[in-house]
Design a binder for this molecule. Structure first.
Ligand code: ADP
Ligand code: MG
Length: 724
């Protein structure tokens, strides 16, 4: 309690906002100052070397050693000028977080001094150190790909993501080299390799379709990603008094306080000053790192907040989301706060998610899911829209697997986040547009009734889709209950958990949409027959075909309702309630084929990931069960027995002076306490037995299944009794 109070009373230490001259700097002055941008590289490299690097970035040429050496030298000089003493490859193993191993620039060199050899220190960073490093692969989750005796793995510089400097305590600074992580045999061991592969597939598929409908300009299509990050910030002193929060990131016990979120007074309320200090200091760090944080606000639950950046290309957005999470964690520490990323830290109030806003953008700057840009984009929009719907229709179960985790399960189960059924929401207007096309009729209910004409491939045709461009952002209503909702010019994948990396959900989304775009393209080629380009009727025939085939996935109603569960079952949509069932989707032949045929993951990589997530799930539950066991056995039960003894002592004392104990208030309380304690002792015995049981199971898959079918329920029983 003293620790708690000490920290509550502690004033905030807010970093000074940087100055240029005698006035405060603008955000745009600070932005990216710790990033080794192309501009910085260009000013330090010889012209020809820089040109070679640009060719490599555009995918035209592999990176040669002299170019790598020159870049390594340039980045070292810049990093050292900015205080860096070390460098690290920074990568994303399948642990949900990032990994780094620092090496100093220190190199020893032998020189001849007056005819005698002497060792001197120099600072150096070679091209080969920049390109590649060799961590021990067997110590990271690898799902059996690597055993301890074949440990070799490589991290390789991901040139598509810029290097940056991170400042640490006491003026330390380290140069970060974003990297991918692969095994000796070239299998992906990380989140990023497969993300880059999926981005390439999506681009190839989208460019092919665009070419077919007359766009010969676009050479590359990027998946764009904007991650809204929710989290709790609580006082660290109080946090330190909760073993469950410290070990598991959530409370395993404890009642809802009398006042929580009933009054709806927290959402968008004034940001508490210590929190504001933390958020703005975090933002300052992030601006320096080129992370475009834009929005901050109070969320629904007490002490719950959100930060969101401006969207970027998927791989950079993932890097930046992880940097945001890590930076906030560190800055919160300086303010004696603790950030909780767990999806459901407290029972009875809202949990946290990470809404992944996703769309596709051409290298000419067009958002392919933008219905309103120009009339001639409408057919294009419709094609990409139905492809996305088809993707969710075909691979909804796989998307469900991508968001499953022991912690997100609590949120998905509660009535506050989209359920285990993956459906897509379009809003009233787009739904009407798709229905009208499907039924070959005019669009109803639009204020603007003139017919839209659409230009494609030189011909102008009547599209019979009136007023599509009128579907402005704010005309689409919101549906908080939908896991995958169209929000004006992008889809919002809302079911992603706050704690997990957004990478894997994005990989699977990219993959599924790439496959669906290919299917749309193939259908369009078939439909156009021997014509050079498809006509608009051809496009509409194909759009209609995919509207029909993906129709089951569209749901506009309340996703939390029981009726939807019944309806979804009628439609044959999977309702996946638990992690082990969700994870099995990864090795379902249809979904496996999606990933293997596109070359995004090999069968080995998929099976390895399946093992990793199953094992992680089992371990997460075992850690929680052991934490609960120790809290019950060393805290709750002893307190209950002590209270019982106090009541008994009081009754004995009453009896000793001749008072009647039957009917006394202590007796009534004692009866209750006896009842609850007996039940708690029994439930706790059950918990202990279940932990013994799971420890005796050797196979991780069986452990995960037992954890799900037995331990989760037993823990819930223990909690209910303990809370009472
Ligand atoms: P809301 O809370 O209304 O959903 P926010 O502003 O909090 O809105 O977050 C919306 C997120 O969507 C932001 O990160 C934003 O950059 C992102 N976003 C906007 N347009 C796109 C797009 N075309 N592709 C991907 N993300 C986008
Ligand atoms: Mg949102």
């Amino acid at each position: 309690i003293n620790t708690a109070l000490e920290s509550v009373n502690r004033p905030n230490r807010v970093a000074d906002w940087p100055k240029t001259g005698d006035k405060n700097a603008y955000i745009s002055d600070i932005y990216g100052s710790n990033v080794f941008t192309l501009k910085k590289l260009q000013t330090t490299l010889p012209k020809s070397v820089y040109a070679r690097f640009i060719e490599q970035l555009k995918g035209h040429k592999p990176l040669d050693r002299p170019t790598a050496d020159a870049i390594a030298h340039a980045v070292r000089v810049w990093a050292m000028d900015n205080g860096a003493t070390h460098f690290t490859h920074w990568f994303q193993p399948q642990t949900g977080t990032t990994a780094e191993k620092h090496d100093s620039f220190l190199t020893l060199k032998t020189v001849i001094h007056n005819g005698i050899e002497e060792v001197t220190a120099i600072d150096a960073f070679s091209g080969s150190q920049l390109l590649q490093s060799e961590p021990d692969a067997s110590s990271f989750p690898n799902g059996g790909i690597r055993s301890t005796f074949e440990a070799r793995g490589y991290t390789i510089w991901d040139t598509s993501s810029p290097m940056f400097i991170r400042n640490g305590p006491h003026g330390t600074a380290v140069l970060y080299v974003p990297s991918v992580f692969i095994s000796y045999n070239g299998d992906a061991l990380d989140e990023k390799t497969i993300l880059l592969r999926s981005a390439d597939c999506l681009s190839t598929a989208a460019v092919r379709l665009l070419n077919l409908i007359g766009d010969k300009e676009t050479k590359r299509v990027t998946a764009t990603l904007g991650t809204e990050q929710e989290f709790f910030l609580i006082d660290r002193g109080i946090y330190n008094m909760r073993p469950d929060l410290k070990i598991c990131g959530r409370t395993l016990l404890g009642n809802v306080p009398p006042k929580h979120q009933q009054l709806d007074d927290h959402y968008f309320g004034q940001i508490p000053s210590r929190v504001l200090a933390t958020l703005s200091e975090t933002e300052l760090e992030l601006y320096k790192l080129g992370v475009p944080v834009k929005t901050r606000h109070n969320e629904v639950a007490p002490n719950q907040f959100e930060m969101a950046p401006i969207f970027e290309s998927d791989s950079v957005a993932v890097d930046h989301n992880l940097i945001l999470m890590e930076t906030l964690h560190q800055v919160a520490h300086r303010h004696k706060l603790k950030v909780l990323y767990h999806e459901k830290p407290f029972k009875g109030v809202n949990g946290s998610g990470k809404h992944c806003n996703w769309s596709m953008q051409t290298d000419t700057g067009d958002n392919l899911l933008e219905p309103t840009v120009k009339p001639e984009s409408n057919l294009r929009f419709l094609l990409f829209l139905v492809a996305t719907l088809e993707a969710v229709h075909k691979h909804g179960g796989l998307l469900r697997a991508s968001i499953a985790s022991a912690s997100n399960e609590h949120r998905l189960g509660a009535n506050e986040a989209p359920p285990g059924i993956v459906s897509a929401f379009l809003g009233e207007h787009l739904t009407e547009v798709l229905n009208a096309i499907e039924e070959s009729r005019e669009v109803k209910n639009f204020s603007q009734s003139h017919l839209q004409t659409v230009k494609l491939g030189g011909t102008v045709l009547d599209l019979k889709v009136n007023a599509l461009p009128q579907i402005a952002r704010d005309l689409t209503d919101r549906n908080r209950t939908s896991p995958f909702a169209f929000t004006g010019n992008k889809f919002e994948f809302r079911a992603v958990g706050s704690k997990s990396s957004p990478s894997f959900p994005t990989v699977l989304l990219n993959a599924a949409v790439a496959e669906a775009i290919n299917a749309v393209t193939d259908a369009l080629i078939k439909q156009k027959g021997s014509k050079a380009e498809p006509s608009q009727e051809d496009v509409l025939v194909v759009v209609k075909q995919f509207i029909k085939s993906s129709k089951n996935i569209r749901f506009e109603g309340n996703g939390y309702s029981d009726e939807w569960v019944v309806e979804a079952e009628k439609r044959g949509l999977p309702n996946i309630k638990s992690c082990p069932v969700a994870f099995r989707r990864l090795i379902d032949p249809v979904h496996m084929k999606l990933l293997t045929s596109l070359g995004i993951m090999t069968e080995t990589e998929i099976k390895s990931r399946f093992h990793i997530v199953m094992e992680k799930y089992a371990k997460d539950i075992i850690i929680e069960a052991n934490s609960l066991k120790s809290m019950i056995l060393t805290g709750v039960l002893p307190a209950a027995y002590k209270f019982r003894k106090e009541l008994l002592d009081s009754l004995v004392a009453q009896k000793s002076i001749g008072l009647a104990t039957e009917g006394s208030p202590e007796k009534a309380v004692l009866d209750k306490v006896l009842d609850i304690t007996t039940k708690l002792q029994a439930a706790s015995d059950k918990l202990v037995a279940s932990i013994d049981k799971i420890n005796s199971i050797e196979d991780e898959i069986a452990q995960a299944e037992y954890a799900n079918t037995d331990i989760v329920g037993i823990m819930e029983q223990v909690r209910t009794i303990a809370d009472s």
